[in-house]
Design a binder for this molecule. Sequence first.
Ligand SMILES: CC(C)(COP(=O)(O)OP(=O)(O)OC[C@H]1O[C@@H](n2cnc3c(N)ncnc32)[C@H](O)[C@@H]1OP(=O)(O)O)[C@@H](O)C(=O)NCCC(=O)NCCS
Length: 370
Amino acid sequence: MADNTYRPGLEGIIAAETALSYLDVEHEQIVIRGYDLIELATKVDYLQVAYLLLSGHLPTAQEYETFSQQLQAFQNTPQEIYRIMGSLGEHVHLMDSLRTALSALATFDPKLDTRDQNNTWRQSLMLLATMPVIVANSYHIKNHQPVIAPDPQLSYSANFLKMITGKVPDDTEIRAFDQLLTVYSEHEMPNSTFTAIVIASTLSDMYGALVGAVASLKGTLHGGANEAVMKMLLEMKTPQQVEPYLAEKLARKERIMGFGHRVYMKKSDPRALLMKESLKQLVAIKGHADLYEMCVKGEEVMQREKGLFPNLDYYAAPVYYLLDVPIDLYTPIFFAARTAGLVAHVREQYEHNRLFRPRVLYTGPRGLHP
Ligand SMILES: CC(C)(COP(=O)(O)OP(=O)(O)OC[C@H]1O[C@@H](n2cnc3c(N)ncnc32)[C@H](O)[C@@H]1OP(=O)(O)O)[C@@H](O)C(=O)NCCC(=O)NCCS
């Protein structure tokens, strides 16, 4: 079938069929297997959403129990992975550390290239279980601190946060972190998910598909924005500085991180609204009212000056900050959370595979001779 339509960045092009999720911009809803993501984030936990993405339904109590136990059994990360991460030097970006660890992890999978449903289910669980351990400890290893082992007494999200900060989190912190993981869990067809399914469509392995997705997510136009947002907020220092700071950047035609979105663009990102609420609740307990004020001010300025709304990364960044998560880990945690969506997309791709192989609009010369 020949179709000469070309849109840079494939903007607005339907590139895949999926039963996993859909951004219903008109109704300002993120549909996850029929459910509204924001409602899921307020009523169930991250693991339930991960199960939903993988299986197509929310788990029963028994299924949830089994799922949690299976994940716990998979948490043991080979020591060799830690050694490899430790050899990367202290200037390594933690997304590069994650990319390398994930790539190395593939070599420990005895059934790396088996793509039947049982095996890809096992691999999905393995990746979901290992990702928090690798991500949290990438920070400790980089900073020459001892690794923190998973705590089997804690829930998935509580354990993840504890491995990052070294402290057992309280209920408010667990809830905020779990919500953050949930809203990051899946988002239709961003660049990283597209990368993963393009790789999977060659029938390459699941780890390889995710390694590609890590590289994609690192970019500041994608997942890397959350780290950039926090650095910007820290540079601004006070609510009074927000307006002049942004005005100067906009005058230089710079992009303000945490604003705009290819799909929502001039509409609100529902996830950002939930994170804004979460930030407000954390501030009420932990203080840092200035941080909330700065964010709200920034939102006002960007809406007035550019007609742009904040995306998830804008409000996720200060939430991470109040949870004492080091900035270097913001994007790797985004990836760890997105693992649920990614493995579900890769499995879906395997099950209904068609190799991605598009054509181009050729703009080079022709008819030349050496
Ligand atoms: C996400 C993003 C890459 C989407 O970009 P896109 O679909 O390619 O949109 P465009 O680059 O075509 O931008 C459209 C217009 O909005 C402006 N714009 C978009 N995002 C902007 C931002 N964050 N700051 C300032 N201006 C922005 C562009 O300059 C452009 O203006 P123009 O038409 O006057 O040139 C873009 O909004 C961005 O760079 N945001 C900051 C990074 C970020 O937060 N990423 C996380 C995404 S979840």
